[in-house]
Design a protein around this ligand. Structure first.
Ligand code: 5RP
Length: 226
């Protein structure tokens, strides 16, 4: 099974967790895009749901496929949030933000009763940290935050725009620092240390948030509980 086939398999399985009348949080990234595509098919067959998206890209995609995508103003409580991840570690601790949407993703995830993470098996790890940890930073604070993250040994590097033209800017107008920190021995401690830095808006460690992981590999889709 290729990685794309695995992403599609897990996207199709995730749709089975969505029932009529639910308020659904839509994730961001390539796996979430496939999930949105599969969910839209069900909506166009008559499934009645309302959605909130965790990025402008997912909002636009959902709407363009005929889904009712609104904001947290109208739907501050969600039944389920379904999204991909860059790494899934023990106890369903996650690194997210490879696609740059970590802040809105964490906000939308926090509004949901259940957070189902959808990944291919290459994302499951024994220790978080091989994937660089994204940290979202207020633009003005960049000259202060960067050396503080470096002093924590996190090797921060500012993310460039995909076009290669200037820095990457998030949906909320902030910068991202990708921290090639290597194996994270104590994710809770690291999350607390990063959060203490003034000017950091959010980090990509999603701890005690995901309630279920759907993992696609050569043996099909398996469930991993927190
Ligand atoms: C975006 C994310 C994505 O969920 C994460 O990067 C995984 O993306 P993909 O499904 O494309 O591998 O956190 O900010």
């Amino acid at each position: 099974m290729t990685q794309d086939e695995a992403k599609l398999a897990v996207a199709k399985r995730a749709v089975e967790f969505v029932e009529d009348g639910m308020r659904v949080g839509l994730g961001s990234g390539t796996t979430a895009r496939m999930f949105i595509g599969e969910l839209a098919k069900r909506v166009n067959e008559g499934l009645k749901i309302r959605c909130v998206a965790s990025s402008s890209q997912s909002h636009i995609l959902g709407t363009s496929l005929g889904m009712d995508v609104t904001t947290l103003d109208e739907l501050p409580e969600l039944d389920v949030y379904i999204d991909g991840a860059d790494e899934v570690g023990p106890s369903l601790a996650l690194i997210k933000g490879g696609g740059g949407a970590l802040l809105r993703e964490k906000i939308v995830a926090s509004a949901a009763k259940r957070f189902i993470v959808v990944v291919d098996s290459t994302k499951v790890v024994d220790h978080l940290g091989k994937f660089p940890l994204p940290v979202e930073v207020i633009k003005m604070a960049m000259p202060l935050v960067l050396p503080k993250l470096a002093a924590l040994g996190l090797n921060p590097k500012q993310r460039a725009a995909k076009s290669g033209d200037g820095p990457y800017i998030t949906d909320e107008g902030n910068f991202i620092l990708d921290c090639a920190c290597g194996q994270i021995a104590d994710p809770e401690r690291l999350a607390a240390d990063i959060r203490k830095i003034v000017g950091v808006v959010e980090h990509g460690l999603f701890l005690n948030m995901a309630t279920l992981a759907l993992v696609a590999g050569d043996d099909g889709v398996t469930e991993k509980k927190a």
